[in-house]
Write a protein that binds this ligand. Structure first.
Ligand SMILES: Cc1cc2nc3c(=O)[nH]c(=O)nc-3n(C[C@H](O)[C@H](O)[C@H](O)COP(=O)(O)OP(=O)(O)OC[C@H]3O[C@@H](n4cnc5c(N)ncnc54)[C@H](O)[C@@H]3O)c2cc1C
Length: 384
């Protein structure tokens, strides 16, 4: 066994960490307040090559592995979850379906700008009527001549309404109403008539990540915008989430590590009853538990990413990593607020924002309940 990062990965982490400290840390609180994706920061992340990490060089990518992408997401999430999810969703949900399921022509058309970070793409699976039950899709795409006629809506779609969003991929029913529901994936370019982007949601956290409801009213796209084989859309979209879960686990670990960093420094300075609070066992044990859970969550996501890189099955490990890391992030963020006392409730202290940003991790890309269902299914338990 070898738990060491490669030298290349270690130097990559230190480059991303310096970038985060210089360009993101001083601005994160302001961006959160402004509730708008800071495109300058996205541009700087693009200049570092972060949006192209897992893609081959022929599309402008770096050809790196999933661990490396996760390391970048973890580093950014230590300080700013909104930018971390912007990167995770751009790569794992936006560009990845085009790369994995697209024709060579679709890849050549869309990937270079997504891989360079000059454009973003949304991934439209969830609908107002249901996210966990993704097969309950109601959006329809009817083939009329050589065009798909799309009607329906999607909810909570990340990166779908920024000034640099170039497309969304969506799932839609493409059958003619037979017994078996046929769901396919389709590329809808931004600005297509009939494709309306709703106002940004007001969210509990992830304030400067871009999230919108999307409406499709008699929206027409060419037949050639079918992504993957007709009827494979749901299966393909769900398989995208396996990798996404590993990346969300990395994001959760970053948030937990950020809380731990803040607590270590605060507990070493804040005094009560004549001693620094870190000297009280009630506080030091809390921080020891935070460090333990964060480290275990990191090991879990890195093992899942490693399994993938070895071409071995990783669905169960990805679900376990996502479940454990997201619940760890929520617990650690709550305890970090507690360690900070009243200041933990004040926005100038990053743990306040981390606490708000943590809850979504138990919901997005599969809720904790769905993760437990997936793990139970992998364990071959009955009725799962
Ligand atoms: C900020 C944000 C960004 C998002 N970004 C995207 C995106 O880019 N693309 C996208 O497609 N979606 C996105 N989502 C949607 C997200 O993936 C869904 O919200 C999530 O999958 C849950 O779906 P739901 O909200 O419909 O909840 P529901 O599925 O209605 O679930 C409600 C509750 O019921 C539980 N539940 C459901 N079914 C079962 C069951 N069988 N057994 C036990 N419990 C069950 C759930 O766990 C949950 O607790 C985003 C959501 C948010 C909030």
């Amino acid at each position: 066994m070898d738990f060491d990062l490669s030298e290349e990965q270690q130097s990559f982490v230190s480059i991303v960490r310096s970038f985060v400290d210089d360009a993101i840390r001083p601005n994160a609180e302001r961006w959160d307040l402004e509730e708008e994706l800071p495109l300058d920061a996205v541009k700087q992340m693009a200049d570092l090559g972060l949006f192209g990490l897992p893609f081959p060089e022929r599309y402008g990518g770096a050809g790196a592995d999933l661990v490396t992408l996760c390391l970048a997401i973890e580093e950014i999430a230590r300080v700013d979850s909104s930018l971390a999810i912007t990167l995770e969703a751009a790569v794992g949900l936006g560009a990845m379906p085009i790369y994995r399921f697209g024709t060579e022509e679709q890849k050549n058309t869309w990937l270079p700008s997504l891989v360079s970070g000059n454009a973003l793409a949304g991934y439209g699976l969830t609908e107002p009527g249901g996210g966990s039950d993704a097969g309950a899709t109601r959006t329809t795409a009817i083939l009329e001549g050589d065009e798909w006629l799309i009607n329906g809506s999607k909810s909570f779609i990340t990166n779908s309404g920024t000034p640099i969003t170039s497309l969304v991929t969506i799932t839609a029913i493409t059958d003619k109403g037979g017994d078996a529901k046929e769901i396919s994936a389709i590329i809808v370019p931004a600005g297509t008539p009939g494709f309306e982007v709703g106002p940004a949601y007001r969210k509990m956290g992830w304030h400067h990540s871009d999230t919108h409801e999307l409406a499709f009213g008699d929206c027409r796209v060419p037949q050639a915008n079918l992504l993957g084989r007709r009827g494979d859309g749901l299966r393909n979209f769900l398989s995208i989430l396996d990798d996404g879960r590993i990346a969300i686990a990395a994001l959760a670990v970053g948030l937990a590590q950020g809380c731990l960093d803040e607590c270590l420094s605060y507990a070493g300075e804040r005094r009560a009853f004549g001693r620094v609070i870190g000297g009280y066992q009630a506080i030091s044990f809390k921080i020891a538990d935070m460090a333990t859970k964060t480290e275990l969550a990191r090991t879990a996501y890195q093992k899942a990413a490693w399994l993938k890189s070895k071409g071995r099955p990783y669905t169960k490990q990805a679900a376990m990593a996502k479940l454990f890391a997201s619940e760890t992030a929520v617990e650690v963020a709550r305890d970090a607020v507690q360690v900070h006392g009243g200041y933990g409730y004040i926005e100038e202290f990053p743990v306040c924002r981390h606490f708000r940003d943590s809850k979504i991790l138990e919901i997005g890309e599969g809720t904790s309940e769905i993760m437990r269902m997936l793990i139970a299914r992998e364990l071959k338990l009955p009725s799962t």
